[in-house]
Design a protein around this ligand. Sequence first.
Ligand code: KIV
Length: 271
Amino acid sequence: MAEKKEPRKITTHTLQEMKRAGEKIAMLTGYDFSMARALDDSGIDVILVGDSASNVMAGYETTLPITLDQMIYHASSVIRAIKRALVVVDLPFGTYQGNSKEALNSSIRIMKESGAHGVKLEGGIEVEDSIKRILSAGIPVMGHLGLTPQSIYKFGTYTVRAKEEEEAQKLLSDAEVLERAGCFSIVLEKIPANLAGEVTKRVSIPTIGIGAGGKVDGQVLVLHDMLGLTYEFHPRFLRRYANFYTEMKDAVGKYIADVKSSDFPNEKEQY
Ligand code: KIV
């Protein structure tokens, strides 16, 4: 009998090989067991347990309120669902900016308590020491530059970052800092496509863009946005692949009507 082949597991090395081979990386956010199982079965390469859970799962306006315990809860739900994808978890606001020891302790909690494969944090040279310390414990780190939502009160708006030369130069230099520090990949959020292309050429690690154009090594979207669950959010970079909000509303509407009319349950739907 032919041996049943397990699907290839994605590791940080796989992503590196994909960059070298020019194969694009597909990443989506995921926060719970059922959705993560569908993502993994669909063949997604990376699931990011993003702190956007604060927005789309908990309904907060920013990513700032979500806690380390809540991120661990989301991450462990995702981990229980996956067989193939690499799972990376956001270090939430306030759990790594203090000092590198705090960053390491938060990362260790995520890895130990959720079983995830790596962590992501926002920032450039300011978080270099933390990245090195986390890596010293053998924990893979993904960087995040450009629009970094945990700094929303510093930026003041969610508009495109690094359009001016000075900020673009800082971003290029930060990308090199992250690569030298040992990050296995960098998320580039909402920056001009040419700048994202320049970063992608300069660093040997994969870049994954969101609102950063096509000259990057991979793409990421927030799951609820691309599925059309957050129907009121439509930035230019977002492509919607479904209209789940409307479909759910229609389905729930039909269920309500069936219950009210005593159509549900019928003879076959009871014991
Ligand atoms: O939290 C998140 O969803 C993210 C992506 C936007 C990259 O960081």
